[in-house]
Design a protein around this ligand. Structure first.
Ligand code: FE2
Ligand code: FE2
Length: 186
């Protein structure tokens, strides 16, 4: 597997996670009682798999290599992608706060959870669209065989040490597989 394939596989799993958030949003709009436990679980998955595992692979693995090559316009793209990572992290923090209020019985927090969740899902979908359809291909073309080996080793270390244990990876893969075919990532 190439380094870019590892990142693309992460994206497929993240897209499946976003589909689950969409389902939870639909449910939260009408449910008499909010399912705080499900939301807490979904948020934990975002914090761990999106914010820590995947973003770290890009920001500590792929991006520094591209930057060290002094790639012209791509450097601007990297800066824009990092800025989107930071925005996503800020949205996730707000979502976390809104969820804490919801769990504490604040009825007005339901609206805030929905708004922040929608913004987060939209941002991540757009971010991954740029990476999938433009950036990864461009990055792939500039990686040497030595870069590939170094990146794969780094990605494995991040998966291992940041918390995506084999067991968690299996759960993540099972979650994607459990989705109905119509909502699976394409
Ligand atoms: Fe990214
Ligand atoms: Fe990404």
């Amino acid at each position: 597997m190439k380094a870019i394939d590892v990142l693309t596989r992460d994206h497929e799993r993240i897209k499946a996670l976003l589909d689950l958030i969409r389902d939870a949003m639909r449910e939260l709009e009408t449910a008499p009682r909010p399912d705080v436990a499900t939301w807490t679980h979904l948020l934990e998955m975002c914090e761990q798999w999106v914010d820590r595992v995947h973003v770290l692979k890009e920001e500590q693995g792929l991006f520094p290599i591209l930057r060290s090559r002094g790639l012209g316009p791509e450097v601007t793209v990297v800066a824009a992608l990092i800025s989107q990572h930071q925005t996503g992290q800020a949205f996730l923090r707000e979502l976390h706060r809104a969820l804490q209020r919801l769990a504490a019985g604040d009825a007005a927090a339901r609206h805030d959870v929905l708004v922040w969740a929608r913004d987060y899902v939209e941002l991540l979908r757009e971010h991954m669209r740029i990476e999938d359809h433009y950036f990864y291909e461009l990055a792939d073309g500039s990686l040497t065989a030595a870069d590939e080996a170094a990146l794969l080793e780094k990605f494995e270390r991040i998966d291992r040490t940041i918390g995506a244990t084999v067991d968690q990876q299996k759960r993540w893969a099972a979650m994607v597989a459990a989705q109905p075919p119509s909502s699976r990532p394409h």
